[in-house]
Design a protein around this ligand. Structure first.
Ligand code: BGP
Length: 477
């Protein structure tokens, strides 16, 4: 089958500032949430438990995000490598605390603004379109400590100021924007996206949905402001998407997973794409004793600030049933559920499901009829350097090939897919574990969990493979 992807399809790769920049205190940057996240397998547990203390404790933990892969200083070399692969687009985030070190200042930090000018100018040299995530788990630490993160309505105002500063500064350089990374992940793990640790399990839902409401307003205002300042801009939402399968044909389970999918996959999309809270929200809020404070004008603003396109991350599907035994409970992957007997999993237990990507694309397009972009996908794996210096990551190529095939199927189904940026196109720090050894890249970075390594960049086998995928517009896999 040929030419399934349209001309101008946006092939590229994705990153986030906190996971690869380094440059911890450089250019006047303030601390942000990611700077206080310890590295190691305990990270996820710490993130999920109440009472996270937001302090750096070097004696107890190490902090890989502080160094990242030093993109801050090595961006020229890295962007040249992206260009060599033929990237049309490069997804990165702006670290809010480089622009407003504390988050609540009125004047933007010139050195921070100038840093991203350099990046965008370098990308422009190679005709690579930047795709900028405005908020990717990087809330300034001061806003967390002083204001309690997104629970606090004041953050809407601070965010307004931040987006105005970056839209104005980069109006001639950036056309594609995403507001909040994986916004729907917030109710599961409020710490990352909303910047607070829930006081107790009982308050988790109330506080998270209130925080989400603030982000919905902030996102809608950003869309409106973006369109005013940059008329040709395309501003999207960003969802963590995982199709939810019923474990069996028991209607009880089918209904259960339907509601779970509504809540997880569609709730935020309904607000950001359709501009209103979904029909099932009222009952859900009542049954869970969630009482939102919605100010006059909020719902109108949400209605006026709907997004131009939908972007999402796709790593896995979820299989679930209403009544799980204690043993089944721990068997699902990262986002819960039970083990799917038809799927294998990565070394980190994330179930691999290429057809799930076609399902995701069809579900999203059926519901919203808006252009879609896959802005994260990929296989976290341990890589090994061979005696001859090569890195034979055929497992990564297989994973991506099968997913791209399913993207092609979805396009033929009629889905309007505009781009694909696999996650961690250059090795970087893992968000859930803070490990370097969980690698996604086409480009290997010589940096290790014990802190050693030269930071040297090396092309993996998948580098040459992806180059050919882009060259052939997805026809040669
Ligand atoms: C998404 C995040 C990314 C990223 C990716 C892979 O949830 O948006 O920041 O890191 O997952 O996850 P991990 O790094 O934990 O393997």
């Amino acid at each position: 089958m040929t030419n399934q992807f349209k001309d101008g399809f946006l092939w590229g790769g994705a990153t986030a500032a906190n996971q690869f920049e380094g440059g911890l205190n450089e250019g006047g940057k303030g601390l942000n949430l990611a700077d206080v996240l310890p590295g190691g397998k305990e990270r996820l547990k710490l993130l999920a438990s109440p009472g996270f203390d937001f302090e750096i404790d070097q004696a107890k933990y190490h902090y890989p995000n502080h160094e990242g892969i030093d993109f801050y200083h090595r961006y020229k070399e890295d962007i040249a490598l992206f260009a060599e692969m033929g990237f049309k687009v490069f997804r990165l985030s702006i670290a809010w605390s480089r622009i407003f070190p504390n988050g609540d200042e009125t004047e933007a930090n010139e050195a921070g603004l100038a840093f991203y000018d350099r990046i965008f100018d370098e990308l422009a040299k190679y005709n690579i379109e930047p795709l900028v995530t405005i908020a990717h788990y990087e809330t300034p630490l001061h806003l967390i400590k002083e204001y309690g993160g997104w629970k606090n309505r004041k953050l809407v105002e601070f965010f307004d100021r931040y987006v105005e500063a970056i839209f104005t500064r980069y109006q001639d350089k950036v056309k594609y924007w995403l507001t909040f990374n994986e916004i729907n992940g917030a109710t599961h793990l409020p710490l990352l996206g909303l910047g607070f640790s829930p006081e107790s399990e009982a308050t988790r839902l109330q506080e998270s949905f209130q925080g989400l409401h603030h982000q919905f307003v902030a996102s809608a205002r950003a869309v409106k402001k973006g369109h005013e300042i940059i008329p040709e801009s395309q501003i999207g939402c960003m969802l963590l998407y995982a199709p939810v399968y019923a474990f069996d044909a028991n209607p009880e389970n089918v209904m259960y997973v339907r509601r779970e999918a509504d809540l997880f996959n569609f709730f935020c999309g309904d607000v950001q794409v359709r501009g209103e809270y979904p029909y099932f929200a009222k009952r859900y809020f009542e049954e869970n004793n969630i009482k939102l404070k919605i100010e006059a004008g909020d719902l109108e603003e949400i209605k006026q600030g709907t997004v131009d396109f939908i972007s999402f991350s796709y790593y896995m599907s979820r299989t679930d049933k209403k009544h799980k035994t204690a043993e089944e409970m721990g068997q699902g992957n990262l986002i819960g559920g039970v083990k799917n007997p038809f799927l294998s999993a990565s070394d980190w237990g994330w179930e691999i499901d290429p057809i799930g990507l076609r399902i995701a694309l069809n579900e999203l397009y059926a519901r919203y009829q808006k252009p879609l972009m896959i802005v994260e996908n990929g296989l976290g794996a341990y890589d090994q350097i061979e005696a001859d210096g090569s890195i034979q990551d055929d497992y990564r190529i297989d994973y991506l090939r099968e997913h791209i095939k399913q993207m092609g199927e979805a396009v033929q189904d009629g889905v309007d897919l505009i781009g694909y940026t696999p996650w961690g196109c250059i090795d970087l720090v893992s968000a859930s574990t803070g490990e370097y050894s969980k690698r996604y890249g086409f480009i290997y970075v010589d940096k290790h969990d014990d802190g050693s390594g030269t930071m040297e960049r090396m092309r993996k086998k998948s580098f040459y493979w992806y180059k050919q995928v882009i060259e052939s517009n997805g026809n040669e896999l």
